[in-house]
Design a protein around this ligand. Structure first.
Ligand code: GDD
Ligand code: MN
Length: 367
């Protein structure tokens, strides 16, 4: 007979290319959580190195181990959310799958929650006793400290290590907050704290961040951008979709590219205005496409042959958008509804909304 009650603690382990770390992870949890009913949920985004298969192999003989394999999607935060929502345990913890977090403090984190000392228990690298250890390069440390300062400016509570990916909380609290989460990027804990709608009681338990033994870090410049986006999203109350903001920002860069090319070809160079305008439009659209592919839709990034197909589609979408822009602005001016400045702005806004709506469903459609 299986245990009739759900485990006391569910440990959610987001993984991407962590095959070599799966078995050691289970062994470490087994040792650290002796006497506590637990389950481990590996959430793998279809890693090419076969991470999911390793987890399944262990799950075949150990009912405490489960695996969620997500196809066509990437993202640490969304992986954590899905893992947490898949359990019925009373308490949930999130821990990196690369063994950099110290699992031996999990019982202390659970105790802090069960005694109702705190709403969220955070494994912290910044409080007394905790250390960044060998785990961070000097640049990563700088980014991490800067990010922590920025995050604390936004947070209703002071947290020594708000960027931590190692924390635990009651599942009920997470379920309450889940519908409001931004869900992009790396900073799921920060997202929870910012989305709770009230200051959560936080306790921080120090640990030493270990160096990675196998595999490599997935944190890159794009992740930092997402972090900025998360803060912006929460600052704006989540009214304007994050993707739209990124799209509009890229659009703004596109305008600069357009004007630069126009200036080079027509202002300085020999081309007539019409021809230069066409060339500038193409260069700007191409730049916008590539930037959106890297930033706005980095989780749905197109590569290889579909990249070309996407680019052609994007030209089409933007072409229709531009025609609508010119048409609408023309009507508004002709009927004397708006002056040319406002009419132009209205046309431009309409174009951005159109381009965004259509390209996110056609060019970068969610799979
Ligand atoms: N499912 C899934 N999908 N897992 C992912 C993804 C993804 O797209 N990207 C990363 N992971 C997993 C990794 O396999 C690892 O287990 C964990 O998430 C953390 O990723 P790392 O790439 O090892 O992150 P790090 O060590 O650079 O970052 C650490 O420090 C950050 C703060 O500076 C982590 O502790 C982060 O959680 C933390 O926010
Ligand atoms: Mn790591």
């Amino acid at each position: 007979m299986p245990e009739p009650t759900p485990p006391r603690l569910a440990v959610v382990i987001p993984c991407y290319n962590e095959a070599a770390n799966v078995a050691p992870m289970v062994a470490r949890l087994d040792a650290a959580l002796a006497g506590i009913g637990w389950e481990a949920i590996f959430v793998d985004d279809d890693s090419p190195d076969g991470t999911a298969a390793r987890a399944r192999a262990i799950a075949a003989t150990d009912p405490r181990v489960r695996c969620i394999r997500r196809i066509g999607r990437r993202g640490l935060a969304s992986a954590c959310i899905e893992g947490i929502l898949s359990t019925s345990a009373r308490y949930v913890a999130v821990i990196d799958g690369d063994l950099q977090h110290d699992e031996t403090i999990l019982p202390a984190m659970l105790a802090a929650l069960e005694s109702n000392e705190a709403d969220v228990a955070i494994g912290s690298r910044n409080v007394d006793g905790g250390t960044k250890g060998e785990g961070l390069s000097p640049i990563r440390r700088l980014v991490s400290d800067g990010g922590a300062a920025l995050a604390n400016a936004a947070l209703p509570v002071r947290v020594g290590d708000p960027m931590s990916g190692f924390f635990a909380l009651p599942r009920a609290l997470f379920e309450e907050v889940a519908p409001r989460l931004t869900g992009t990027g790396f900073k799921i804990l920060l997202d929870v704290l910012l989305s709770a709608g009230r200051p959560l009681r936080v306790t921080e338990i120090p640990y030493t961040f270990r160096a990675r033994e196998a595999g490599e870090s997935k944190l890159d410049a794009g992740v930092l951008l997402e972090f900025g986006g998360l803060l912006a999203d929460k600052a704006l109350g989540g009214v304007v979709p994050l993707r739209f903001m990124a799209f509009a920002l890229v659009g703004g860069i596109g305008v600069l590219v357009h004007l630069t090319v126009l200036g080079l070809l027509h202002g300085i160079g020999p081309l007539g205005f019409g021809a230069a305008q066409w060339a500038a439009t193409f260069v700007a659209m191409t730049a916008n496409f590539l930037l959106n592919n890297r930033i706005t839709y980095r989780d749905r990034r197109l590569r290889g042959p579909v990249l070309l197909r996407g680019l052609v589609l994007f030209y089409l979408v933007c072409g229709i958008g531009a025609a609508a822009n010119v048409g609408i602005a023309g009507l508004l001016v002709r009927d004397d509804l708006l002056g040319w400045g406002l009419a132009g702005a209205a046309g431009a806004l309409l174009t951005v909304v159109w381009n965004y709506a259509v390209s996110s469903t056609l060019v970068w459609r969610a799979r």
